[in-house]
Design a binder for this molecule. Structure first.
Ligand code: PLP
Length: 413
């Protein structure tokens, strides 16, 4: 049998179990830590198909991950080309894709260096470990975070998260986290003690219900953390990687604000859209702290593989070269504008928040029910806190697709 025919035969055999419906297998074999709905089989652009062949307009984007939509040829090509050269090489060696991606991220952010991992939670772990290590000699270890925040499901992640529901029954948690109201500078100042090492915030609270930070809060936090010698750590896992039009959401939140262009955190966590669907996480660390982690102090077997980095480089290039950063802003405005217009005829919608590809439609009643109704009508969204339905569309979403989403919302609610 020729090599080509062997591959076809293997492929067919590997696909055979897919004929069996996935749901009963989940019930029998997969830990039920998620409330799942559809059984999906394939995607293309902003569209996703279920096992029965029904098509859905996917504006949930794999929870802010599929920034180029599904099955994007550029991602498929990067995966194919890089996997034929080198998939994994361990972090005991140098390789070009990781070096180039680090250079790209530094170029889009500011002077510093990048640590690579595989997820948002790990990127935040890196920032929290940075804070601990940096403050260690002075006995500083506390990290101030915001109420209603979300920072991941690891122990440091749930300890940092300002929502009780993620912590329930996992106590004792990692010590040293203090939660204060978001967008409240005075509350942060009041929480600073001689033990404080850092402040960690999301630029736009995502899981919490799409709450953007105000420019005054951000600039105030930067001044306050400098004054007290604290690190300002930025969780850009959901709101970053061009989701708001700029690579980082602070660049959007502070656009046109006097002094806004000078704002730079000391550490930034990234993941989700960075790989467009292929797992990768990264922590950018500002120049003064960039060498805090010396060999043996932090690591990740899979962090920054040649394959993951090649995909991330392709994703960033596709966004920049096709102007998808501008498109997502325009489409976000169209969506938010359409939803706002609908508020007059739909009293169930009580508000619209967010920017770019991160829009929250706030409802009078609980969001999970509304997301289920939208899903049954062919539109995929993601529930969030504060009765919000999240729209996290791909950056290449079209005006027709946004209009179709608005039509479905109007009909379903
Ligand atoms: N930080 C934020 C702001 C997030 O929204 C998430 C995930 O939703 C995380 C961290 C955790 O990322 P991951 O699920 O990749 O670990």
């Amino acid at each position: 049998m020729s090599i080509v025919r062997m591959h076809v035969a293997d492929f067919t055999a590997a696909q055979a179990p897919a004929i069996e419906a996935a749901r009963p297998l989940y019930e029998r074999y997969v830990v039920p830590s998620y409330a799942r709905s559809l059984s999906v089989t394939r995607g293309s652009g902003a569209w996703l198909w279920d096992e029965d062949g029904k098509r859905y307009l996917d504006l949930g984007g794999g929870v802010a991950v599929n920034c180029l939509g599904h099955a994007h040829p550029r991602i498929a090509r990067a995966l194919q080309e890089q996997s034929g050269v080198l998939i994994h090489a361990s972090n005991l060696y140098h390789h070009r894709p990781q070096a180039e991606l680090a250079r790209k991220i530094v170029g889009l952010t500011g002077p510093g260096k990048v640590f690579f991992c595989n997820s948002g939670a790990e990127a935040n772990e890196t920032l929290i470990k940075l804070a601990r290590r940096h403050g260690h000699a002075q006995g500083r270890f506390e990290v101030i975070t915001a109420l209603n925040s979300f920072h991941g499901r690891t122990f440091a992640g749930i300890s940092a998260t300002g929502q009780q529901k993620v912590k329930d029954s996992f106590e004792p948690l990692l010590p040293g986290f203090v939660h204060v109201p978001y967008n409240d500078l005075a509350a942060v100042e009041a929480a600073i003690t001689p033990k404080t090492a850092a402040v960690l915030i999301e630029g736009i609270q995502g899981e919490g219900g799409i709450f953007p930070a105000t420019p005054e809060y951000l600039q105030g936090l930067r001044a306050l953390t400098r004054k007290h010698g604290l690190l300002l750590l930025w969780d850009g896992v959901q709101c970053g990687c061009f989701r708001t039009g700029h690579f980082h959401s602070y660049q959007t939140l502070l656009e046109g604000v006097p002094g806004g262009a000078d704002f730079l955190p000391d550490g930034i966590a990234m993941a989700k859209s960075l790989g467009g669907g292929f797992p990768i996480g990264a922590a950018w660390i500002a120049e003064p702290y960039q060498d805090v982690f010396q060999p043996g102090s932090h690591g990740s077997t899979f962090g920054g593989t040649p394959l993951a980095c090649a995909v991330a480089l392709a994703v960033i290039d596709e966004i920049e070269s096709k102007g998808l950063d501008r498109n997502v802003v325009e489409m976000g405005r169209r969506l938010a504008g359409g939803l706002r217009e609908m508020m007059a005829e739909k009293p169930l919608i009580t508000g619209v928040r967010g920017m770019g590809g991160m829009i929250g439609m706030v409802l009078r009643e609980d969001a999970p029910g509304a997301c289920a109704r939208l899903r049954d009508s062919g539109l995929l969204t993601v529930p969030a806190g504060g009765h919000a339905v999240r729209f996290l569309p791909p950056y290449n979403v079209t005006a027709d697709e946004i209009d179709e989403a608005l039509r479905i919302v109007r009909a379903a609610l």
